[in-house]
Design a protein around this ligand. Structure first.
Ligand code: ADP
Ligand code: MG
Length: 571
């Protein structure tokens, strides 16, 4: 029974493709074939949009512009210069790609709203150019007489052959996008979408990943734009106007964000809806709008989300645990040497001239009152903040000012005080994310992740959703995620907060085991009963300055630490 159910989605896909083919072959009128071809053009554009908007979570309003650039490249080269499909099609992919790379570099680092606005600006500029360069683009009237597709000397006629060509490209592009979504790149993009800071801390280059998604989406849009011109045989500024962008966005949301099947379903539905409602004449726009609203409210995850509920996707075969190779670390010296580290926020000196060193295999405690700068020290070491002054040497290499992903790849792992697991991901996916920067594919990444989970006695959690876990288990998964990278230096921000005594003892055991393998461990903690027996050395911060550095036994006897932090009662 379960096997049959797990076959459901592939079966559904096959019957959908069959139904579409028989409709096109047996029933569709020439007009209906044209509508179907247009739906295919949009399906291709939306498939690309799913990569940048669905997976990478960046609301690119330049997608319509990339569509238009592809359309104009084909239109101008075909109609003005008489170039054939074999030349115009690749160039129609190349032009949006180049523009995406040039525009993407500066705007992709912007906050999401500003990114949307900046890409809207790009769309506006392209539209203005198309209207105001009539010698090249034909201006507001556009260019007529774009030649049809010629494939290997055969002029593909409109109707069934062109529909087949377009839908063949949808199938090819869909397969490509599906592989991206299900592979290492897709996983990394989703992580970047959900929590860019955590992604960077796991060694992923957020800017480069977003740029890759943006560029890839532009190629799909360019292909769709080129095919749209071959369908219409004219190109005009209409292809650059906002309705194209709005349609693409609506199709992605109605179909199911981030899903290739969602792109196809959304395009088929939204292109055909106006046809079905045409009989209603004037009231059609109202009915269309209401139908859209109803669809979004009834199926917030889109049509594919609805299908997933009816036919759950097939579980993947569970991986086998494999220990990752231990990365080579240089030299016998200290893991970390910090000198004169300083960071101010406005007038607050959060970290004020701090120097210390951490040795491989040693556990060091970092204590201090709230607001004394402990988290800021961790943020500075891991690259989330840039130091105002001071040097940081990680395994003998100066890393102050490096991006967090580069520091992570140099052997540093950290956890976050507030925790940072994606609620919607399984435990195995969340831990495998830590291996994406290291491993060449998802299969080894998951095998290594399972190894890390099993080492912490959490292998049984692999299939659970992170959002369903109680706090203590979440902490354990976070530790597994940090250790999965086999870091040379591990920074933990209040890892015992909210744990029971038994859970704390368990955590202490795991930290000792990591240290025994040679990892240098820095633990920020308030619980002295947990920390002092664990740490070989303790640093105490107060108002950004090191107040105490020495053995744990000395902490309770140090008058300065007692006065600033521990208080008389505990001395
Ligand atoms: P701790 O982790 O020891 O409780 P933090 O390092 O979080 O302390 O904070 C140290 C000081 O720096 C506090 O006064 C805090 O308000 C300030 N601070 C930390 N991060 C920021 C920030 N991003 N912007 C402004 N002030 C900050
Ligand atoms: Mg803190």
């Amino acid at each position: 029974m379960r096997d049959l159910r797990s076959l459901g989605q592939p079966l559904l896909l096959a019957s959908g493709a069959l139904a579409l083919t028989s409709y096109a072959l047996l029933y569709a009128s020439p007009y209906e074939l044209r509508v179907l071809t247009v739906a295919g053009v949009y399906a291709l554009a939306v498939t690309g949009f799913q990569i940048v908007f669905g997976l990478a979570g960046a609301l690119s309003l330049a997608h319509g512009a990339f569509f238009g650039l592809g359309a104009y490249a084909t239109g101008i080269l075909g109609s003005r210069y008489g170039l054939g499909f074999a030349a115009t099609f690749p160039l129609s992919l190349l032009l949006p790609l180049v523009v995406a790379l040039l525009v993407g570099l500066p705007v992709l680092r912007l906050e999401s709203h500003y990114f949307a606005l900046a890409t809207l600006g790009v769309a506006q500029v392209v539209l203005l150019l198309a209207v105001n360069l009539p010698d090249l683009t034909g201006g507001a009237n556009g260019l007529p007489g774009v030649p049809g597709v010629v494939l290997f000397g055969w002029a593909v006629p409109r109707g069934l052959p062109l529909a087949a060509l377009v839908w063949g490209m949808v199938a090819f592009g869909g397969l490509l996008a599906w592989r991206v979504a299900r592979g290492r790149l897709g996983r990394a993009l989703v992580l970047v979408r959900d929590d860019p800071l955590a992604a960077a801390a796991l060694g992923l280059d957020v800017g480069r990943l977003r740029l890759a998604a943006f560029a890839l989406s532009a190629v799909f849009a360019g292909a769709a734009g080129a095919l749209s011109v071959h369908t219409q045989r004219v190109v005009s500024p209409e292809v650059l106007e906002f309705p194209v962008m709005v349609s693409v966005l609506t199709m992605a949301v109605v179909g199911g964000r981030g899903r290739v099947a969602g792109a196809i379903l959304g395009a088929l539905l939204l292109i055909h809806l106006p046809e079905w409602f045409r009989a209603l004449e004037r009231s059609y726009l109202i009915v269309y709008g209401v139908a859209l609203l109803a669809a979004v409210i009834a199926a917030p995850q889109g049509l594919t989300g609805l299908l997933d509920r009816l036919l759950p996707p097939r579980d993947r075969a569970p991986p086998r645990p494999v220990p990752p190779a231990e990365p080579a670390r240089s030299g016998p010296g200290p893991a970390l040497v910090v000198r004169g580290l300083a960071k101010s926020f406005g007038g607050v000196r959060a970290v004020d001239g701090v120097s210390f060193a951490l040795e491989p295999g040693a556990i060091t405690g970092l204590i201090g009152p709230n607001g004394s700068g402990k988290t800021t020290v961790i943020n500075l070491l891991s690259g989330l903040e840039r130091p105002d002054a001071g040097t940081v040497e990680l395994f003998g290499t100066e890393t102050a000012g490096w991006r967090p992903d580069r520091i992570a790849r140099a052997g540093l792992a950290r956890t976050f005080q507030s925790g940072a697991l994606p609620d919607g991901a399984t435990v195995l996916e969340a831990v495998a994310a830590a291996r994406l920067a290291e491993d060449p594919g998802l299969v080894p990444a998951e095998a290594h992740a399972l190894w890390a989970l099993e080492r912490l006695g959490a292998g049984g959690l692999a299939g659970r959703l992170c959002g369903d876990l109680p706090a203590a288990l979440r902490r354990r998964v976070e530790l597994a995620r940090a250790l999965a990278r086999r870091p040379g230096l591990l920074l933990l921000d209040e890892p015992a907060a909210g744990l029971t005594d038994a859970e704390k003892a368990d955590l202490a055991g795991h930290l000792r085991a990591a240290a025994a393998e040679g990892t240098a461990v820095l633990v920020v903690e308030h619980d002295m009963g947990f920390l002092l027996p664990l740490a070989g050395r303790v640093l105490c911060l107060d108002q950004g300055r090191l107040l105490y550095e020495g053995p744990p036994e000395g902490v309770r006897r140090d008058p300065a630490v007692v006065a600033a932090y521990l208080g008389e009662g505990t001395a």
